[in-house]
Design a protein around this ligand. Structure first.
Ligand SMILES: [Zn+2]
Length: 258
């Protein structure tokens, strides 16, 4: 299993070196403890809003915002056609970069690739020259539109949309894993569905990004709109977490075997 990133794993470094030392202090000094961090088990504190949660040990940030895929009302805030026009070229460029990383690290002979939450199918289109690809997409409108272009898309959620015997050499989450509420179960499912020496690719937001850090400064000063937008507040599928790493090489999630 791999998280894709050239940097060392800061989350694990913090976990091993700081979290245990700070946990008792946090319990004593901070009264607004909400839950334990899913990454390092340190108590999490209420963050910048009543739905924002922050771990002072590893940098994990979570939200209590709810996911409402397939429940957009009339006049919904997201126009997928407009989003496609606005994002396509940028996403395709990013996906070519991700594919180059996949090809560099995938085991010899790897063929089967699963794209979880494939949306418009742009990564499927990028990867299918090298792999037998399959997409899973829970948004029925977006998934149907993608399938109508001849791409192999299965409706539903990972892993329920898969047949019991399906496994893959590569499983990819492009801006998807952070939207899954039960990340431990999702990663356990990846562990079960990956072939031996398979590759797990997590392309996800980074709380150390410039614009996110700037939005937090604005939020502390009382202007929350940029912070709310980056967390996709009031949109159908807001993220449940953001972590303070670019990604991780050769680093196992705490609930998984390496
Ligand atoms: Zn943590």
């Amino acid at each position: 299993m791999y998280f894709v990133h050239p940097a060392r794993c800061e989350a694990c470094w913090y976990f091993k070196n700081i979290a245990n030392k700070l946990s008792l202090l946090i319990y004593v000094a901070a009264p607004r403890i909400i839950m334990q961090c899913v990454v390092c088990s340190t108590p999490q504190l209420q963050g910048l809003t009543d739905w924002h949660i922050s771990c002072s040990a590893c940098g994990y940030e979570g939200s209590a915002l709810t996911v409402k895929i397939n429940a957009q009302p009339e006049g919904a805030p997201v126009d997928e056609l407009e989003r496609e026009v606005g994002l396509k070229s940028l996403r395709q460029e990013n996906f070519r970069d991700i594919l180059s990383v996949v090809l560099k690290h995938v085991k010899p002979g790897a063929r089967r690739l699963l794209d979880v939450g494939c949306a418009h199918g742009w990564f499927l289109e990028t990867a299918r020259a090298h792999f037998d690809v399959l997409g899973v997409e829970p948004d029925s409108v977006v998934g149907s539109r993608t399938a109508s272009r001849g791409l192999p898309v299965r409706p539903g959620y990972f892993p329920d949309a898969l047949t019991p015997d399906e496994s893959f050499d590569v499983i990819v989450f492009n801006d998807v894993i952070e939207h899954i509420p039960d990340i431990a179960s999702a990663l356990d499912a990846c562990n079960a569905r990956l072939s031996e020496n398979g590759l797990l690719v997590l392309n996800l937001p980074n709380s150390r990004g410039f614009f996110y850090r700037l939005s937090k400064i604005f939020a502390r000063l009382g202007w929350r709109n940029p912070f709310n937008r980056l967390w996709q507040k009031d949109l159908p599928s807001p993220p449940t977490f953001i972590i303070s790493i670019h990604a991780i090489w050769n680093c196992s999630w705490p609930s998984m075997a390496s």
